[in-house]
Design a protein around this ligand. Sequence first.
Ligand SMILES: [Zn+2]
Length: 242
Amino acid sequence: MTNRFTFDRRHLIAGAAVLTAAAATRPLRAQERPMIDAATALIVVDVQNDFCPGGSLAVAKGDEVVAVINALGPRFSNIVLTQDWHPAGHSSFASSHPGKKPFELIQMPYGPQVLWPDHCIQGTKGAEFRADLNLPTAQTIIRKGYRLQIDSYSGFIEADRKTPTGLGGYLKERGVTRAVVVGLATDFCVNWTAQDAAKAGLQTLVVEEACRAIDLNGSLDKAWADMAALGVKRVKVGELPG
Ligand SMILES: [Zn+2]
């Protein structure tokens, strides 16, 4: 009995110390990392295994965005995830075009298309979100690229530039007027998603540290320029509005 009491008492004291420490740091943390208003949505683009080191279309240091995004998550009351979600044999895969290699450009009925290694095939491990992505309050997952003949870098409109995913309507109905876009890859899916967010009338910000790029033939510089031309703001985490 004595031992047990001693144990319980120590446990309580330890617990109280933790609570006190938490209370002492809470005001400071709130000040450093304020909530972002409910009219703003965090759009997390394609943080999936295949786009991270070890995946079939790995973005260099793609896994480094996870910790940054996990830290941002609790500041948003609206979080949307996009998920690249291709059927096997998708038209964006080089393997679907005899004689073609990954990263070559071909003409599709809707315009030029970069050919990619097979990636993010529906139901595979590569298509899953990173296991360490921790956004328990995210409400919506927009899957894209699931039509065999149409790719979709953008979370809003597919590569034919006509077919909406529904994300624009969803955000509008939810009263969202501002989008903070993060994820993979800066120069492709983040870029197209941010551009379409701006075109949909949303004030749009891209958080630099929360993205990583593929950078294919100058695609990264072009992406930032094209986003800027549409009024998309390139910001650091510390510059996000409170
Ligand atoms: Zn894809």
